[in-house]
Write a protein that binds this ligand. Structure first.
Ligand code: UD1
Length: 357
């Protein structure tokens, strides 16, 4: 059975890597890597493929950036051509990026069964492009592979057939556990383990409005008075900081660096005193590594990281933010309840086993 594995944006690569890592145990499955090219910079794509040991893409659509409509449409056009020419028996999409929904939609219309890895997550916030992508992808998927119990409840409530829903755990955590021995500090950065804040921000709700972005920068500068702050900057955020004339003030207090590699991100997360982020993946990775995570979002589609894990939803509540920073400094911040069920390094194996059967 030929299965297309779709990846296009940075967090997708870690997820499909977990499936490639166990593919040899399922000789009846032939995986083909389709890279949409949604992310294309060396530091956003190629270095991840190298570190994760992913093969060269069988198909590279090379779509690049654009508005949502343009990017989604270009991916659809490219992937439709590939499907019509190469006839996959099934396909796997991961996560919630534009590449996910675009390729799932093409496959569903071409009669190719769709598997969605990380199905069922809901922020209930339709202003997020990812929420639209998640709802649409789940509604046309044949296999719904879920990372946490909330996803099962969401899919059941939306009327998805129970036989299609599989709580399998998290491929992102599979890759984290497998790759942790390779974790390394970013080149040229000197940080003492357990002493610093690791910051990532890229969501439109945080970076696109200059007033919000300015407040966020003030909070990071105030955090930098208490501990070193390292901030690898996503290309989108870099552009917004420069447009808003905030770059120089921030860079004077906070260590701003280029986007980090996967191995560097693992090291920075594992050894952080606190992670400050709007990334979905980092909320989960910090929970898996038992590191406090202040999530700069009003909601999360990954509620288990708050209820059982190390994340606190801050939104833009800066009083709460400062309280949490104080608790972290005093060692009084909450501890996770337990390991999240099935976040045990075997999610990829469970998924391929279901597909093979
Ligand atoms: C996308 C995903 C988001 C995910 C994030 C991870 C969607 C809707 N959003 O957001 O869910 O959390 O990836 O990073 O799919 N750019 C570069 N080089 C690159 C890629 C992007 O410079 O290699 C710049 C371009 O100016 C581009 C902008 O970043 O316009 C945004 O990229 P895009 O892929 O549209 O969305 P992300 O913000 O990365």
């Amino acid at each position: 059975m030929i299965i297309d594995m779709i990846a296009g944006a940075r967090p997708n690569f870690m997820k499909i890597a977990a499936l490639y890592a166990v593919a040899h145990e399922f000789p009846s499955l032939k995986l083909r890597f389709v890279h949409t090219g949604q992310h294309y910079d060396f530091k956003m794509s190629d270095i991840f493929l190298q570190q994760l040991g992913l093969p060269e893409p069988d198909c590279h659509l090379g779509v690049g950036s654009g508005t949502h409509a343009v990017q989604t449409a270009e991916i659809m056009k490219g992937y439709e051509g590939w499907v019509q020419q190469s006839h996959p028996d099934a396909m796997v999409v991961v996560g919630d990026v534009n590449s996910t929904v675009a390729c799932a939609l093409v496959a569903a219309k071409e009669g190719v069964p769709v598997a969605h890895v990380e199905a069922g997550l809901r922020s209930f916030d339709r202003t997020m492009p990812e929420e639209i992508n998640r709802i649409l992808t789940d509604s046309i998927s044949d296999w719904l592979f879920v990372t946490e119990a909330s996803g099962v409840a969401n899919l059941a409530r939306e009327g998805r057939p129970l036989s299609s829903i599989h709580l399998v755990g998290h491929v992102m955590i599979d890759t984290l556990l497998r790759m942790m021995p390779h974790a390394q500090p970013p080149a040229g950065v000197t940080l003492q383990e357990g002493t610093y804040a690791f910051v990532t921000l890229h969501r439109p709700a945080n970076v696109d409005d200059p007033t919000i972005l300015a407040t966020l920068c003030d909070q990071l500068i105030s955090t930098a008075e208490r501990m070193p702050v390292i901030f690898p900057v996503h290309p989108r955020t870099r552009a917004r900081l420069q447009d808003a004339n905030l770059w120089d003030t921030l860079a004077a207090r906070v260590q701003i660096v280029e986007p980090v590699t996967y191995f560097e991100s693992l090291w920075l997360t594992k050894h952080a005193r606190v992670v400050i982020t709007d990334s979905g993946g980092l909320q989960e990775e910090s929970t898996a590594l038992n590191v406090p995570c202040l999530t700069l979002r009003k909601n999360t589609e990954r509620p288990v990281t708050v209820s059982d894990g190390t994340s606190t939803l801050i939104g833009h509540d800066w009083v709460l933010f400062q309280q949490c920073i104080a608790q972290i400094m005093d060692g009084a911040y909450k501890r996770p309840l337990a390991q999240i069920p099935y976040w045990d390094g075997n999610a990829g194996r469970r998924i391929l086993s279901i597909l093979a059967n």
